[in-house]
Structures are given as C-alpha cells and as structure tokens.
Design a protein around this ligand. Structure first.
Ligand code: DO4
Ligand code: MG
Length: 300
C-alpha cells in the first residue's frame, strides 16, 4: 500500500494505491494534511477512502505538496565519505562529519520543484561530472514521527561540490535535482528499514553503462537520529521528507549524460526511473503545472 498524490479529471487528489487501484482519501486532499496528523490512528484513517479507480486512469504526481520540505543527509555511508574525499579539494570536512555527533543535513527541494517517476531529472549545464544518488527517504509528520518511507534521487554535481564545499547548495539544489518515487509506503509496511537493498542502474542507448548495489544495513547513522537532528530546532507543520544519504557513488570518471535513464530500486519501498536532461530549459515546465509532461491527460 502506498500514499499517492495524483491528478484525475482535472483535479488533484490524495489517496491510497493498492493492487493496481487508487482510492481517494475522504478526509484529506493534500499530502500536507496527511502529514499534519499524528501517527496514532493513521492506519485506520488511510482506510477511510472513496470509490477506487484503476491506477492506469490517473496521472501520478510527486508525493509532496504544501509546506512539506525535502531535506537530505550527507556522508552517512562509508562509500559516500570516500567518494567526497576523492573528489574534494577540502577532504577533511567530509572525514570529520562522518563521525561527528552532528550530521550533515541540507534542504534539498520544495514540493513544486520535485519530480516523480517517469519525469526528467537534470544535470546542470555548467557541471561536467554529475551523478544520481539513490537514497532511502523517511517521511515524518509534524510531530517528528516517521510515518513512511519513499525513494529519493539526490542528483548531485560532483565537480561543483568538489571545487569548494561552500558550493554544495549549487551542486545539490537546482531545477531537476530531486526526484521522489510516486508513493509513500506506510511505516508499518517497512518493518526493517535497515535491512533494505538499494540498487542503481544507469542505462545509455539501451545498455546498462553503470550499476551498483548497497544495503541500508551500511548506514552509519540511524534514520531516527538523522530526523531528530533535523527537527531539533526546526518545525515542520506539514511534515518533512528526509533522504538518508547515498551508499552508491560511481567512480569519478563516470558522468551522467543527457538521454541516460536512471533506475533506482529499494526493496519493499519502491522504484524510481527518470530520463536525464541537461540544463534548465528542459525543466522549465516545473514552474507551470499545466506544462507537466503528462498534463494533457489530466487537465480538463
Ligand atoms: O556532502 C555532500 C553530500 C553528500 C550526500 O549527498 C550523500 O552522502 O548522500
Ligand atoms: Mg545524497
């Protein structure tokens, strides 16, 4: 079962996807409203739905809206630590943060800038070495309780970040840099979040040109500790999505190219597949919902 946001007959709804059918929640029309609820009783509230339709008859939208922010943690796997040390002119900051009590956390995206499965992700046109970062993301409500999980692609410009860590916001936050799977899997359906397999495949001209795999067992920090650090001094009235960091980073010689496809999977949580474009212009549709790639199917 997944909490999904979708468009149908010109309306945006929030509902539950189960066995190929989508049913709208009777009591909420935004994910933000769902995440403003306490976790107690959520299971029962997710059963309070209207008539279901075939999932094929709706257009899935990213599972975030309103004031829900997407944040990300960094250097939470040994592979990420070693990759930053290799790419950066300031390697010591990454070595220090890996074991420091305070984790690295950064704002990744606001809802309108998030894309979902099937929509393009982008590499900056001033970056020569960009990569996808497949990450387990926790979804928390306004009370800081983990209510679900999803898949995040934290697209990153390695060369820009590597030049100077102060460039991280530019390397990480731009149009097309954040993709989330189309659904949020409720926490009770992911009993062992530290026992998941994460896979990444990059397809170019029909051939897999890079692939990798890791497990969330290798996370160096507990997701609840990352969330607690994030919520320490910040309120999230409509909840927050927190990507927990990548354990898969291609070697420095590899760079994503326009036309590639990025396929990510996390067992029990979901999949995310996105074509890659280059530059800002091919992502201009983000600023205007009527220009979403699938908009024709959902607008009146
Ligand atoms: O320190 C830079 C960010 C690293 C990151 O995004 C990750 O480890 O996933
Ligand atoms: Mg990352």
């Amino acid at each position: 079962m997944e909490i999904v946001r979708y468009a149908r007959d010109g309306r945006t709804e929030v509902g539950v996807l189960d066995e190929g059918k989508v049913a709208p929640l009777r009591w909420a029309s935004t994910v933000a409203e769902v995440l403003a609820q306490p976790s107690g009783g959520l299971r029962e509230r997710l059963a309070d739905v209207g008539p279901a339709v075939d999932a094929a008859d709706v257009v899935h939208l990213p599972p975030v809206d309103g004031r829900t922010e997407v944040w990300a943690a960094g250097v939470t796997y040994e592979r990420s630590r070693s990759a930053r040390v290799e790419e950066s002119t300031k390697s010591s900051v990454y070595e220090k943060v890996y074991d420091a009590p305070r984790p690295e956390l950064f704002l990744k995206a606001v809802p309108w800038r998030v894309v979902t499965d099937g929509e393009p992700v982008a590499v900056r046109d001033d970056s020569a070495v960009s990569v996808p970062e497949p990450e387990l993301a926790v979804v928390a409500n306004r009370f800081g309780e983990i209510v679900g999980y999803t898949v995040c692609n934290d697209m990153s410009s390695r060369d820009i970040e590597g030049e100077n860590p102060l460039y991280i916001p530019q390397a990480k936050i731009y149009s097309g840099s954040c993709a989330l799977a189309r659904g949020i899997v409720p926490a009770w359906e992911v009993p062992d979040p530290l026992g998941l397999t994460v896979t990444l495949r990059i397809v170019r001209d029909g051939t897999v040109v890079w692939s990798g795999e890791t497990g969330t067992a290798r996370l160096h920090r507990r997701p609840e500790d990352l969330l607690s650090a994030l919520c320490h001094s910040t309120d999230f009235p409509d909840g927050v999505v927190l990507a927990t960091g990548t354990g898969i980073v291609p070697e420095l010689g590899f760079a994503l190219a326009a036309g590639d496809r990025v396929d990510i999977g996390i067992t029990g949580v979901g999949t995310l597949s996105n074509p890659v474009v280059r530059g800002r212009e091919p992502m201009a549709w983000l600023t205007d919902a009527t220009r979403r790639p699938d908009a024709r199917k959902v607008l009146p």
